[in-house]
Write a protein that binds this ligand. Sequence first.
Ligand code: FPP
Length: 237
Amino acid sequence: MAEVNVPQHVGIIMDGNGRWAKKRGLPRSFGHKQGAAVFKKTINWARELGIKCVTFYAFSTENWKRSPQEVRFLMGFSREIIHRRVAQMDDWGVRVRWSGRRPKLWKSVIDELEVAMERTKHNKVIDVVFCINYGGRAEIADACAEIAREVAAGRIKGDRVTEKMIADHLYNPDIPDCDLVIRTSGEQRTSNFLPWEAAYAELDFVPELFPDCGRDVLWRSIDHYIHRDRRFGGVKK
Ligand code: FPP
């Protein structure tokens, strides 16, 4: 696959862990564990393809609605995954990033993310963004609140708010727009994932449940992407 055409930034909605477990008569946590193994491999497959950034939707601001047991599991498990995988990610040249809201998120998860971000901050091969306690509308609202504070402080004129200013106040403003969003498990929606950054992204809804995804699934999505005609609202010459 020619490296020049690969998307720079891929977003992945890792869906179907619960159904994967249910099909086997196992608790949902087994599906998440299997999903975590695929998550790790996906970073390596993306790196091999020359993709510069992958954003994973791990826990949304809406996921607090799940049962207290599942929320507890997902919080503890996210903390563990970050802790257990940071050395491997560092070896691969991954720069760890986090997108999400602090309030409500377990402090131990934030601490683990901060350790990982500090350890990997000089890496340049690929950015891996963990969306944890992330909601796209919340991200835009947080950016607007920050801009409003700057307007109140007299640093910005209220009638001079631009798209660029909003983009500059997102959680990771240096990361380029998302080129391709992949959602596994056959669901065809984006569920509040990167509404700003993925406004012009190509979408690929794949039937496989996330724990069943191999390298071939990522390759197929990248192949679909390469054959799309991206016009960004313009007209092809
Ligand atoms: C969606 O499947 C999956 C999640 C909400 C959790 C994703 C977490 C992992 C894959 C573990 C990796 C962790 C990190 C921190 C990257 P679902 O539970 O909605 O499945 P269902 O739709 O079949 O019920």
